[in-house]
Ligand binder design. Structure first.
Ligand SMILES: [Zn+2]
Length: 285
């Protein structure tokens, strides 16, 4: 059984995100056929995308306690926002706050409260990643994660034929979760892992493990809410991409860096309009 990342290590990285661009060398790990079990977990815990995904799948609140109070709060908030969609223009101001509440709950349920963790920023304490809702969509994407200023921008609606129309709640939440997966991998993945490009960076941050992580979160939310609208929303955007990615199982051994390097022929999303590569903003549909 491979070691899993340690959540405290992720907190330490988050806490220094605005202080240093280079995480402490203490957190680096070595990649070989098998780690010596006698080695210290604090110096040899992996942080490649597969290991982080395994951590989410085995140790997050969603995995360990799907009936927790936080999950109940999330489902209640989800249902409230669905009700507001009956009169979307009327409720768009309240929706701003509710989306932030839901982002925090998703962070607690899936990401160990790392993404919205309060950290020391250049101008005082702030959330590691902030949410910026903007009324009018002027871009092709509905949301965007910018790793430079650690923000997720979500455009709530679009002008069509002179009339503002808000996106559906399910679409907005889906877009925010898409960007949260980018933010989680961007902040906590070990970029020195030999398969980091394949797992994460390729196709503007839409590597194989990005899709596996996103699909996992979206599926669990479907189970928690039983929402038909959610199923329609996310399958509409993930459908074809997932059909190709899902043929490639997530590797179970993070140390095996070569076995699947030739199998990621089509994990990209040609229809997802994204910015340029590197640390540029990463968009959602
Ligand atoms: Zn994206």
């Amino acid at each position: 059984m491979a070691h899993l990342p340690i959540v405290q290590t992720l907190y330490a990285i988050a806490d220094t995100a605005f202080i240093t661009k280079n995480p402490p060398i203490l957190h680096e790990t070595t990649y070989g056929p098998e780690l010596d079990s006698s080695e210290s977990h604090t110096t040899n815990t992996p942080r490649d995308a597969i290991s982080l995904f395994q951590l989410v799948k085995t140790s997050s609140l969603a995995a360990e306690n799907p009936f927790s109070q936080k999950v109940t709060e999330f489902v209640d908030g989800y249902r409230t926002c669905q009700m507001w969609d009956l009169n979307p223009e009327e409720h768009h101001v309240k929706l701003n706050d509710k989306l932030l509440d839901l982002m925090r709950l998703i962070d607690e349920i899936f990401f160990f409260n790392t993404i919205t963790r309060g950290v020391q920023g250049p101008e005082g304490t702030r959330s590691l990643v902030t949410l910026r809702p903007i009324l009018v969509d002027q871009k092709t994407n509905s949301a965007e994660y910018d790793p430079e200023d650690q923000s997720i921008t979500v455009w709530l609606g679009v002008n069509r034929e002179g009339q503002w129309r808000r996106h559906s709640f399910e679409h907005l939440l889906h877009c925010i979760i898409h960007e949260m997966c980018h933010a989680f991998l961007e902040n906590f993945c070990d970029r020195s892992h030999p398969s980091h490009e394949l797992y994460v960076d390729i196709n503007d941050g839409h590597g194989l493990q990005f899709w596996h992580l996103l699909h996992y979160v979206l599926e669990i939310i479907l189970k928690l809410t039983g929402s038909k609208e959610w199923e329609v929303e996310y399958k509409k955007f993930l459908g074809e991409r997932w059909a190709s990615v899902s043929k490639i199982p997530p590797a179970s051994d993070y140390s095996d860096s070569d076995s699947d390097s030739d199998s990621d022929s089509d994990s990209s999303d040609s229809s997802d309009s994204e910015g340029p590569s590197g640390s540029s903003p990463k968009g959602a549909p």
